[in-house]
Write a protein that binds this ligand. Structure first.
Ligand code: NAP
Length: 473
């Protein structure tokens, strides 16, 4: 096949793949279409990879190392398949962080590999100061930050890396960022015969970017990780887009830009939801740092029988799902409870906090899995207006997202974060296993509130018993 024909097929396939990415992404915006959207985008990526292997030419020659490429793809696919099959729903955020980190690492490796091959003609024409070199350096910096940061985020979400907060961290981070930009300026203003001469600087730049990535995520704790995860996601997209510029590869560029812009939009929405400024995230000085005030008071419990009566004779009930619902995998029985109460004439809504659970949209995904109608899910801002008029709020495995300290206690690390104002309802039932803390590791005064009664136990078992109790009435 002639090179012109191969190039034509490749260009058309890239356009088709790009369109599939865009449609796929659009379909992710609703639970009903999300699964198909994911499949379409993944198929688009597969098409682009196969077409590149079959039709890409460099300097008149087809792509080489086919055996290596296919072996790497087979091994990668097998590992990805096994991990994705085995991962528990609650460990999904860690997995997303890990995969995101791999994307960043791939972008950084491309840059490290391509830098020594910057063509001598290009260097002779404009020294190192050209777009090609800039794309390599930005890909290296952003990809490495994303890789190192995502690995730390992975460890933190998995619970084996704790927060490290030192007051001077902000200045260290800003200095490191300035050093990285300094490296880019320095390298781009050099006049060298071959780019290889500057390789030691590239390795140092990689090291500094990795340290920045680590230090940038280390202090972030409390309830603020979601913002960082989506920010790192957008970094990986931008780093991949740099690869697209580098290789004049449209599909890599489109994919990178889509991930970068979707991640950026999500970051901004998350910042709004958490009431944080993006500047503070980048400087790594998130989440206050205080421990919050001591909480005192008495805990009151409610029996299953009393809870069943209270719920059955209510006019309006709002369910606040949280991470514990996902841990207990209680979404199906929770939906059964809501249907049962609805049959008794009770109005049921779900309060969806933007950072409930451990990943953006976690509660939406979980409840969609149990076929809870989408119309019943109401965002926290909206549901808050209805809570004074709500007979019972049932908090199921949620903690930080209903913690009034976010509004009342300036020393709390979650101070300023918008919450579901559960305490404004007439009655509050909280289902959790014990007095365990939430992700932010702080006390929750809601559990000691006059109107609150606790139903201790695993959420799934408690809900099963509650449903049985209501059926007896
Ligand atoms: P949370 O504050 O983490 O609290 C979850 C509660 O569930 C715990 O207090 C725990 O108490 C209870 N629990 C655990 N297993 C349970 C089970 N089997 N049955 C019943 N209860 C169980 O959850 P949240 O209110 O959903 O808040 C999410 C937190 O994670 C926020 O701080 C958020 O910022 C952070 N985060 C969110 C994301 C995201 O993108 N959504 C990402 C990373 C971090 P017991 O141990 O006493 O049962």
């Amino acid at each position: 096949m002639s090179e012109t024909l191969s190039n034509g097929i490749l260009e058309v396939t890239y356009v088709v793949s790009s369109v599939m990415f865009i449609f796929g992404l659009k379909m992710l915006s609703h639970p009903d279409t999300a699964r198909r959207g994911n499949f379409i985008a993944a198929t688009g990526m597969m098409l682009a990879i196969i077409a590149t292997i079959l039709f890409h030419h460099k300097e008149g020659k087809p792509i080489g190392n086919i055996g290596w490429i296919i072996s790497a793809m087979v091994i990668g696919t097998a590992i990805g398949w096994v991990i994705a099959k085995r991962v528990k729903m609650t460990a999904m955020p860690q997995l997303v962080s890990f995969f995101n980190g791999m994307g960043g690492a791939a972008a950084a490796l491309i840059s490290m590999m391509e830098f020594p091959h910057v063509s001598p003609e290009l260097i002779a024409r404009s020294g190192m100061a050209n777009g090609h070199v800039l794309a390599i350096l930005l890909g290296l910096m952003i990809g490495t930050i994303s890789w190192a940061g995502s690995m730390i985020a992975f460890g933190k979400l998995d619970g084996w890396i704790g927060d490290l907060r030192v007051k001077t961290m902000r200045y260290v981070n800003i200095t490191l960022l300035a050093v990285l930009i300094g490296f880019i300026i320095y390298i781009m203003t050099r006049h060298v015969v071959a780019s290889k001469e500057l390789m030691p600087l590239i390795y140092i730049m990689f090291g500094v970017a990795a340290i920045y990535g680590i230090l940038f995520v280390m202090p972030i704790g409390g309830a603020d990780m979601p913002v960082v995860i989506s920010l790192l996601n957008s970094f990986t997209g931008v780093a991949a887009a740099m690869g697209g510029f580098l290789y004049h590869n449209q599909v890599m560029l489109t994919g990178g830009i889509l991930v970068g812009s979707a991640g950026t939009i999500l970051t901004i929405l998350m910042c709004k939801a958490m009431n944080r400024s993006l500047l503070n995230v980048i400087a790594g000085v998130f989440g206050g740092g205080g421990k919050g005030a001591e909480t005192t008071g008495t805990i009151k419990e409610i029996t299953l029988a009393d809870a069943a009566i209270l719920l059955s004779y209510s006019r309006k009930v709002v369910i606040v799902p949280g991470y514990g619902l996902a841990v207990a995998q209680a979404q199906h029985i929770c939906h059964e409870l809501d249907k049962l109460l609805e049959e008794k004439g009770v109005e049921i809504k779900y309060a969806i906090h933007p950072v409930a659970g451990r990943m953006p949209g976690h509660m939406n995904v979980l409840l969609a899995e149990a076929d809870v109608p989408y119309e019943k899910l109401v965002e926290s801002d909206e549901i808050n207006k209805e809570l004074p008029d709500t007979d019972v709020v049932v908090v199921i495995g949620a903690n930080d997202v209903v913690n009034p300290a976010a509004e009342d206690d300036p020393s709390s690390p979650i101070y300023g974060m918008p919450i579901v104002r559960a305490r404004e309802a007439k009655n509050i039932i909280v289902m959790k296993r014990g007095m365990g803390k939430g992700y932010a590791a702080i006390e929750n005064p809601l559990f000691y509130h006059d109107k609150t009664r606790m139903l201790f136990g695993d959420a799934k078992i408690t809900l099963q018993n509650l449903v049985a109790e209501i059926k007896k009435l």
